[in-house]
Design a protein around this ligand. Sequence first.
Ligand code: BG6
Length: 519
Amino acid sequence: MDIATVQPNPLRAGMRHARSVQPCVMVIFGATGDLTHRKLLPALYNLALEQPLPPQFSVVGVARRPFSNDDFRQQALDSINQFSRRRPVNQAVWETFSKGLYYHQSQFDDPEGYESLVELLKQIDEERGTLGNHIFYLATPPSFYPIIADHLSAAGLARRRRAEDDSKGYARIIVEKPFGHDLQSALALNKELNKAFSERQIYRIDHYLGKETVQNIMVLRFGNGIFEPIWNRRYVDNVQITVAETLGVEGRGDYYEEAGAMRDMVQNHMMQLLTLVGMEPPVNFDADAVRDEKVKVLRAIPPLMENEIAADTVRGQYGLGMIGGQPVKGYCEEKNVAPASKTETFVALKLFIENWRWAGVPFYLRTGKRLAKRTTEIAIQFKRPPYMLFRGTGADQLQPNVLSLRIQPNEGISLFFEAKVPGQEMHLRGVNMDFLYGSSFGVEPPEAYERLLLECMLGDSTLFTRIDETEYSWTLVDSIERAWAKLPASAIPQYEPGTWGPKEADALIERDGRTWRRL
Ligand code: BG6
């Protein structure tokens, strides 16, 4: 027997192409909020438009405002008109989609509101044929997560005991970030959710995992033969991960004061990028196989000792200045920010993954708001070749090869290498071999939320964070936060908007004889 015909291609098995979505109802708590408006409703409409969603698909928006179904439909139309990737609205698709939109007015802690929600879901299941499949999306402030989970359970909507048997319809819950504020609160929140839902029913969102270019990290590494052999400490000198934004805190001062760049970006998005770059090949693309490998990476990062914190981490806060020729406020002048706030809006740090693949290879991470450019990039910088062959040719220093994965914008991948400048002399110059998503595929990638909502409907949690991933990244972040709390305020220097952060961040990497990539 030809083995190739019986063994599934693991890439294909995990990234099943034509998967079909069962009819279901998505119940969105926080239906009049910003996330629903900007992201969720446009994403659901795009899924309806591009047809992975069956016509029976329905949405129940739950919030406190006294809206009618028609008000909610109008809000949805406004959201789509303003934020959808595909515009103008397709009338025929909108007609079908909007018939499945319902509004349910309720306080999140009112038991009666949940009793009437049970009735409404029964009615929708019967009238629209949604088969008892229910997804609960918590787009509310995190303090409501345990309250809502508890009430859903009391109303019999969580169906925890039947979690392994979806034949009478499934119940799943999607939880937005932040998942806790530190390890202890994340564990406490998880305990509360677990009273109502099993781990298999919980989908913790990290929207970076829904980005097309982030998913492509695995394809690049494991769908090609040439990268994996050199993807290790023998060939890689260092890895730099940059997530830079030009925006400030955008009216989210109250949330950001509690979070800072470390909890807002490093604990979740940057750790996801790091684990995807650092992980071993999974045995297949099943949710647990992939996440087992990601967790191993996190387990191999030793929490930083207090004496390492001062050398290997840098914080900063943006001051007053200009971005793109426009004056911008300093962080401390932003709404709902304490005038003497010590919250960091910039973080740079150096980490090691202590395993056989990566021992001794520094991973430099930096993220910040109000930086020079909006860009997210992972750069794998390779060791320099010995340059004696080119001695005396003017090429006194060969540049290292760099493979850069541009996550956003200008999504693509570049390989930097040396080439001979045409002419009689032996002159070398660095050039780029470029792959650009836009020009290669000519299609616009779906929004991260589209992919993630669809995956949840399909019951595939590969692109969601498992509880142990959350635990290990909080353990690391907590060790840093604890040490930071003991440092003086002068440890948070201000930086000018439109720059690459405080000069201390340059010093962090220059001490190792390296520099940050100029992006
Ligand atoms: C969010 C953070 O999770 O990610 C924001 O809370 C940040 O502060 C945003 O701006 C960045 O996402 P993206 O997709 O624009 O890189």
